[in-house]
Ligand binder design. Structure first.
Ligand code: 2M8
Length: 432
């Protein structure tokens, strides 16, 4: 293993440790985030198994009565973040107040995948106990998504760009621009992100107005809308649904390990994969696109979330077409035999090489891509992506995201999932 890189990654993860969970970054993200925690646990399992397990347990302690796993669990670090717990106000507006102060929305369901990986690092009685405790909670989380988010469709929908995890993606521009609201419908707020890092790396104020408006709309219905009329933003996102399909496959494996019939999970995974193929594949662009659930139209933007359909095995012709799009539009060579996928192709409307989610390469997206390439038997390409991850972190440090053309890091530094997934890539490479 590359010792100095691993030592640095370890020290970042320990700096970010909050006592029972890990914050994504000092100052900019001072609480626990849902999908960050899953990726951080995947890295921590190699160096501190107890912390990896506790990370997941802590996240699920914040699970709502309806099964939702909130996207932020607020810590009492005293650090400033917008939107804070008061802004979400979940304790006051939810029908069943959540067990801990949290946000009122969720993030991509990568948790069963993380739980299985954590177990694999400790496949003994302790590992099985961890899975046995977590299984009913993972099941409730997935049940929530089918019950509340699969509205008139086999595909789950997201109700806020933050639920995609790809917050400021050009894919959401058209829908956000089409929102109709008055300034009095935007709750009062003050951004703090741009006081901490370069505003050129972050979303614009106009975008933040829309994010705040959408939170206000969800808050006004206690975060449990009864009908689509309460939802100005409804998207059936490729990454979100592909992550859910993969998590179902992993939940099936977890079920089998603890002696529970896994067939319902397999059936759900196949159902989702079929729906992704039927509804989100566009043969004209040879790509998977997210769908506006209000109009049932595919969103024209090509973003790296579309590559995550690889998290389920694809028929060979479609796989070939998707990989061709990936290589021609997304892939950038990175150091010796490495490559990384951008979050959007350079000729995509709205592309920006440094603004977050509008072009730069992210480590966790490329880690997911490498997993998907392996699942589809494309091991050589998967290894190139993993080399890209190691090469860019070696060159540029542990940033939040990177411009692979300049080999420079952007956003905040000493970032949690960058450190964790670097450890995972180096450790799994060594083991194989
Ligand atoms: C970013 O999102 C948060 C809001 O959730 C923000 O910008 O304040 C995104 O990159 C998201 O995917 C990530 O989970 C979060 C924490 O790293 O930061």
């Amino acid at each position: 293993m590359n010792d100095s890189l691993t030592t640095e990654a370890r020290s970042i993860l320990s700096e970010l440790w909050l006592g029972s969970a890990t914050k994504p970054a000092a100052h900019l993200y001072p609480h626990q985030w849902s999908w960050d925690s899953a990726f951080i646990a995947i890295g921590n399992r190699h160096i501190d198994w107890d912390r990896a397990a506790l990370e997941m347990v802590t996240l699920f302690e914040a699970q709502w009565a309806n099964g939702m796993v909130p996207h932020i669990v607020f810590s009492d670090s005293g650090e400033t973040y917008f939107p804070n717990a008061q802004f979400w106000d979940v304790m006051a507006v939810c029908q069943y107040p959540p067990p801990k102060p949290s946000s009122g929305i969720c993030q991509p369901p990568v948790h069963a995948t993380a739980a299985l990986r954590v177990y694999e690092a400790r496949p003994d009685a302790e590992g099985l106990r961890f899975l046995r405790d977590l299984y009913p909670k993972l099941l409730a989380w997935h049940d929530y998504l089918y019950r509340h988010r699969c509205v008139d469709s086999a595909l789950a929908e997201i109700w806020h760009p933050w639920e995609s995890g790809m917050d400021n993606s050009p894919a959401w521009d058209g829908l956000l621009a089409g929102l109709e609201f008055t300034s009095s419908e935007v709750p009062t707020y003050r951004r703090v992100d741009t006081e901490m890092i370069d505003g050129d790396d972050r979303p614009s104020d106009a975008e933040y107005d829309r994010y705040a408006y959408l939170v206000g709309a969800l808050r006004s219905v206690g975060y449990e809308p009864r009908s689509p009329e309460h939802l100005p933003f409804r998207v059936r996102d490729v990454l979100f649904n592909s992550a859910l399909a993969r998590s179902e496959v992993d939940l099936a494996e977890i079920a089998a390990l603890i002696g529970i019939d896994e067939s319902s999970h397999i059936a759900r995974a196949i159902g989702l994969a079929t729906a992704i193929d039927q509804h989100l594949w566009n043969p004209a662009s040879n790509f998977f696109h997210s769908q506006d659930a209000n109009t049932e139209r595919l969103i024209p933007s090509r973003i790296s979330g579309g590559l995550m359909a690889l998290l389920m095995p694809l028929p060979s012709e479609q796989r070939g077409q998707l990989l061709q799009t990936m290589q021609s539009a997304f892939a950038v060579p990175v150091g010796d035999n490495g490559l990384l996928a951008l979050t959007a192709p350079e000729d995509e409307p709205g592309f920006d090489a440094v603004r977050y989610w509008r072009g730069p390469a992210w480590i966790q997206m490329n880690w997911l891509l490498a997993s998907g390439l392996d699942i589809n038997g494309e091991h050589e390409m998967a290894n190139r992506v993993r080399s890209g991850i190691v090469n860019i972190v070696t060159e540029a440090g542990f940033h939040e995201y990177f411009n692979p053309r300049t080999m420079r890091g952007h956003g905040t530094d000493r970032f949690g999932w960058t450190a964790a997934l670097l450890i995972d890539v180096l450790s799994t490479r060594e083991a194989s």
